[in-house]
Design a protein around this ligand. Structure first.
Ligand code: SF4
Ligand code: SF4
Length: 203
């Protein structure tokens, strides 16, 4: 009897749709707030959002960010601020994708895409510099040969999702509070969360 029950389970599993068969050619859709490979964002006019303040490096628990700020050249400023991120590096051999750097950034410069499928064969490739992290002229991640990008994994960045989420509070519904980004403009606010209309929401 026990055998029959066991075979019954096996047979049921055989006819269930398989979800990993085509991987990595086909990827499952990732959650909206997946923490993955970072990007350094730019404003709609192309200016860099990073001001080289080093807050992200200070808060990183894995100590994997290295930033050095420099004064903006007056004839060709890189960012709208006084300074910009002259050197910016993330060591992906240490990053735990906690997103604390994203939380700390005062200018929305650093955010995370959904990509986690990247592996390296040498240490140099694992250390992303400003050249790799800065978005291209379409506001997209600069894709590296060892990264497996399929679909729009850099369409929405995790910090934008959080910053515009009402978190159940009706007062924050439809409020953007996030600056425009190169290639995307001012994004629509996050939707899809139940709005709490109780006494907590009215405070
Ligand atoms: S996601 Fe976390 S561990 Fe990775 S660079 Fe940012 S703060 Fe550091
Ligand atoms: S990414 Fe943000 S927190 Fe980090 S140095 Fe640039 S502006 Fe400061």
């Amino acid at each position: 009897m026990g055998f029959a029950k066991g075979f019954g389970v096996t047979i049921r599993q055989i006819f269930k749709p398989r979800v990993t068969t085509e991987y990595p050619k086909v990827k499952r859709e990732k959650p909206e707030r997946q923490h993955g490979r970072h990007v350094l964002n730019r404003y709609e006019d192309g200016m860099e959002k990073c001001i080289g303040c080093e807050l992200c490096a200070g808060v990183c628990p894995a100590r994997c960010i290295y930033v050095r700020g420099a004064d903006n050249p007056s004839d060709a400023p890189v960012s709208p601020g006084e300074r910009y991120g002259f050197v910016y590096e993330i060591n992906y051999l240490r990053c735990i994708h906690c997103d604390l750097c994203v939380e700390a950034c005062p200018t929305e410069a650093i955010t995370e895409t959904k990509l986690f499928e990247f592996s390296f064969t040498n240490r140099q490739d694992a250390i992303y510099t400003r050249r790799e992290l800065l978005v291209d002229d379409d506001g997209r991640a600069r894709r590296q040969p060892w990264e497996l990008w399929l679909g729009g994994e850099d369409d929405d960045t995790s910090a934008w999702m959080r910053a515009t989420a009402p978190s159940g509070n009706a007062r924050y519904e439809d409020r953007v509070a996030w600056s425009g980004e190169l290639g995307f403009g001012v994004r629509d606010p996050e939707r899809g969360q139940a709005v709490d209309t109780g006494p907590e929401a009215a405070r």
